[in-house]
Ligand binder design. Structure first.
Ligand SMILES: NC(=O)c1ccc[n+]([C@@H]2O[C@H](COP(=O)([O-])OP(=O)(O)OC[C@H]3O[C@@H](n4cnc5c(N)ncnc54)[C@H](OP(=O)(O)O)[C@@H]3O)[C@@H](O)[C@H]2O)c1
Length: 238
C-alpha cells in the first residue's frame, strides 16, 4: 500500500467507535496496517473489514491486565513484533459528583484511561527502543489541564495520562522513540450518549469537534520527519 505510513504497523485502542475509529481510518488511509482493539468484537470486525490492508480486529477489555497481555501477544505474532505506532485512545467518561461516585466507577475510569495506556506503553517500549523508532500517541482531553465539575475521576485519569506522556517524552528523548499528546475539547462521538445531563450537559453538535478533526491531528503528528517530535496538540472548536 502506498502513503506516508506504508509499511508501518499501528495499534489503535478504542477503535470500535468515535475518535479511535476515525484515527484507524486515517492511519490505514495513509498506508499503515492497523490493529483495532476494544471490547465489541462485532464492531471491530466491521472496522477491520472496512480498513483493509491486512487490518486486524483484536477484542480486548483494556481494564483487564492479563487480557491486555494476551492481546499484545496476538498482535506481536501477527505483526512480527511490537507495532510502530500505538494510539492510546480508549476511554470512558461517566461524570458524577465525587460525593456520589461509586468506587467501581472511579477505579474503572482509571483502569481504562490511565492504567491501560501504561500497560500498552510498557509492553511496546523495549522493541521500540531496540529499533530506535516508534511513536506513542495519547488521546488526552481539555480535562487533562482544566477542572470540570463531575470530572473527579475522568480529570484525574486524563491529567495522569498527560503527566505520564510528559515523563515518557523525557525518558525517550534522543532514543528515536517519539511521544505525542493530542488533547481535544468536546468531540461529537457516542461518548456523550451515556452522560447524565443533570451532571454534565453535552454541548450542541455544532459546538463540538468531529472525530475526523482529531484523527487529522494524530496523522499530522505521526507523519512528521523522524527528527521532529510533536509534543502536544490541543484542539478546540474555532
Ligand atoms: N468525545 C469527546 O468529547 C472527547 C473529548 C476529549 C477527549 N476524548 C477522549 O477520546 C477518547 C475516545 O473517546 P470517544 O469520544 O471517541 O468515545 P467513544 O466513541 O465512546 O469511544 C470510546 C472507545 O473506548 C473503548 N473502550 C471503552 N472502555 C473500554 C475497555 N474497558 N476496553 C477496551 N476498550 C474500551 C470503546 O470500545 P468498546 O465499548 O467496544 O470497548 C470505544 O471504542 C477517550 O479517551 C476520550 O476520553 C473524547
Amino acid at each position: 500500500m502506498s502513503g506516508a505510513l506504508a509499511g508501518r504497523t499501528a495499534l489503535v485502542s478504542g477503535a470500535s467507535s468515535g475518535i479511535g475509529l476515525a484515527v484507524a481510518r486515517a492511519l490505514a488511509g495513509a498506508g499503515a496496517r492497523v490493529a483495532v482493539v476494544a471490547r465489541r468484537a462485532d464492531r471491530l470486525a466491521a472496522a477491520a473489514a472496512e480498513l483493509g490492508g491486512g487490518a486486524l480486529a483484536i477484542p480486548c477489555d483494556l481494564a483487564d491486565a492479563p487480557a491486555v497481555a494476551r492481546a499484545l501477544a496476538q498482535l506481536r505474532g501477527a505483526f512480527g513484533g511490537a507495532p510502530d505506532l500505538v494510539v492510546s485512545n480508549a476511554g470512558i467518561f461517566a461524570p458524577a459528583p465525587l460525593a456520589a461516585m461509586s468506587e467501581d466507577a472511579f477505579r474503572d475510569t482509571l483502569a481504562v484511561n490511565l492504567v491501560a495506556p501504561f500497560l500498552l506503553a510498557r509492553a511496546v517500549l523495549p522493541d521500540m527502543l531496540a529499533r530506535r523508532a516508534g511513536h506513542l500517541v495519547t488521546i488526552g482531553s481539555a480535562a487533562d489541564r482544566q477542572a470540570f465539575p463531575g470530572s473527579g475521576a475522568y480529570g484525574a485519569s486524563k491529567a495522569g495520562a498527560r503527566m505520564m506522556h510528559e515523563v515518557l517524552r523525557m525518558e525517550t528523548r534522543g532514543t528515536g522513540v517519539r511521544t505525542t499528546l493530542v488533547s481535544p475539547a468536546a468531540v461529537d462521538t457516542p461518548i456523550w450518549e451515556e452522560v447524565d445531563p443533570s451532571v454534565v450537559r453535552a454541548p450542541h453538535a455544532a459546538a463540538m469537534l468531529d472525530a475526523a478533526d482529531v484523527a487529522r491531528a494524530v496523522l499530522y503528528a505521526v507523519t512528521q520527519p523522524a527528527t521532529v517530535n510533536v509534543d502536544e496538540l490541543r484542539l478546540s472548536c474555532a
